[in-house]
Design a protein around this ligand. Structure first.
Ligand code: URA
Length: 248
């Protein structure tokens, strides 16, 4: 299948993405056809990462807005990733978003540019969002930790725990209606489990009272494109829940 040129992005990219995953009418589950090439894939299980409540009381500076928290986080030295990062990647998008996506950790491009999901995986996330009618600017995107681990290794439990001070306050200010966890590392850290991703996907979870849906990480989908249609279905499920919550 030919790949669209970069200057043809937008509607054509979305149409291409939907064709690629076997969907012929945007937004319609009934028109979905699973690709014949589909094979069973599972992400590798990772060590469990346990999250502790954010120690808000220890914060010396008032954090009334996301910008306040981001400003404080920018100089964070609570873990050793401060020694190797280029910059803190706090989060991006609509501060009033009902839907918040949470990935693993900044990669090389994110570390360079200071924004989450701007590399290859981020471009795919943009296309996944567009395919369900969501603009990147309408949602909020963040990571489990805010600094790039060297060589993109998995975050360590003490790094996740140290970063929780920012993560907790960020979610408190965002007050999303739904969280979408992208991949195994985010799911394990936030849901405090080491269950395989496949067993976490397909049902609702809860984090501090917020409904949580788990889907594949876009980087995994780049390696296993036959699974993209499942993520598309996940996004439609989330949209359905959001519509329900927004109506209530
Ligand atoms: N992968 C992630 O989990 N987060 C990013 O910001 C980029 C890639």
């Amino acid at each position: 299948m030919p790949t669209p040129r970069r200057d043809d992005q937008g509607a054509e990219f979305t149409a291409f993405y939907l064709r690629e995953i076997g969907v012929h009418t945007p937004g319609s589950l009934s028109s979905f056809e699973a690709p014949q090439t589909e094979v069973a894939h599972a992400e590798q299980p990772a060590a469990s990462i346990h999250r502790t409540p954010a120690p808000d009381a220890s914060q010396p500076v008032q954090q009334r807005t996301l910008a306040d928290v981001a400003g404080q986080a920018a100089t964070c030295r609570l873990c050793s990733l401060a020694d190797t990062r280029t910059q803190v990647v706090f989060g991006a998008g609509n501060p009033h978003a009902d839907l918040v996506f949470i990935g693993e950790a900044p990669g090389q491009e994110e570390d360079r540019l200071g924004e989450p999901f701007v590399g290859r995986a981020g471009k795919l996330l943009d296309r996944m969002l567009a395919a369900t009618g969501l603009a990147r600017e309408s949602v909020y995107i963040m990571n489990t930790i805010k600094c790039r681990p060297p060589n993109n290794r998995d975050p360590k439990p003490d790094e996740v725990q140290a970063c929780n001070i920012w993560f907790g306050r960020q979610l408190e200010l965002l007050q999303p209606k739904v969280l979408c966890l992208l991949g195994r590392v985010a799911a394990h850290a936030i849901l405090e489990t080491d269950a395989p991703l496949g067993s976490l996907r397909g049902r609702w979870h809860s984090y501090q009272g917020i409904p949580v849906w788990v889907t594949y990480h876009p980087a995994f989908l780049l390696r296993s494109p036959a699974q993209k249609h499942k993520s598309w279905q996940d996004l439609l499920t989330i949209q359905e829940r959001l519509r329900h919550l927004q109506g209530s």
